[in-house]
Design a protein around this ligand. Structure first.
Ligand code: HEC
Length: 195
């Protein structure tokens, strides 16, 4: 008899412990939080898209810090046109894509960098003591002087590089000088010998 009643009270306890409707307010609170975060996020993007510069103080500061005059975004061009091969970190891939980080071609004469971007390269090229023989695509036909300058400046100031920015007027000078040439540079030897 005694045992039986103990058993009953255990069942009682168990039933009291069942989660009931009392716990419902918690999910609701969570949903409200998620919903307000979504609305906040959406409005943030909307402000950034349609009222550039007014969306947030941070983006205004970043814009004025990165470049005084509005123009093409070098970081964005790099991400869409270069990172697939040279990697987002500019480290390249050994034996396949040369590094931009610490590269003598990136940090050296700005004219050569403009030349590389305008025509591309096909042939043997040494970068930081390592030999490559791949194909660097030409961007003269797809990117404007300002865009080449923006992405050139970006690589000269990223990945630990500290070279001066690449000027759009310099890119234009090189484009004019190369004239109608469309064939890529035949490796490092031709690039070095070219005026
Ligand atoms: C399809 C892959 C590919 C893409 C995309 C590409 N490159 Fe290259 N790039 C190469 C290869 C391969 C070489 C080496 C060419 C050779 O061996 O002759 C190279 C060489 C270079 C060099 C000279 C060597 C060095 O490492 O400094 C620079 C500078 C360069 N690329 C910058 C860029 C920039 C900036 C972009 C984007 C606008 C870009 N590349 C897009 C594959 C690519």
């Amino acid at each position: 008899m005694k045992r039986r009643s103990q058993h009953d009270s255990l069942i009682d306890l168990h039933e009291h412990a069942e989660p009931g409707e009392h716990t419902n307010p918690v999910p609701w609170l969570l949903w409200i939080t998620v919903l307000s975060l979504t609305v906040w996020g959406a409005s943030y993007f909307w402000l950034e898209m349609y009222l550039p510069g007014q969306g947030s103080a941070a983006s205004t500061a970043a814009q004025s810090g990165a470049a005084k005059a509005p123009g093409p975004d070098g970081a964005q061009i790099f991400a869409s046109r270069c990172a697939a091969c040279h990697q987002a970190t500019g480290s390249g891939l050994p034996g396949m894509f040369p590094p931009l980080a610490g590269s003598e071609w990136v940090n050296g004469d700005a004219h050569k960098l403009a030349d590389i971007l305008l025509l591309g390269i096909e042939g043997a090229l040494s970068v930081k003591g390592e030999s490559f023989s791949g194909t660097m695509p030409t961007f003269g036909g797809t990117l404007s002087d300002a865009e080449i300058a923006a992405v050139g400046s970006y690589v000269r100031l990223s990945f630990g590089n500290h070279a001066p920015a690449l000027d759009a007027s310099l890119v234009k000078t090189e484009r004019d000088r190369l004239g109608h040439r469309a064939t890529p540079w035949k490796g490092g030897a031709e690039l070095k010998s070219a005026q």
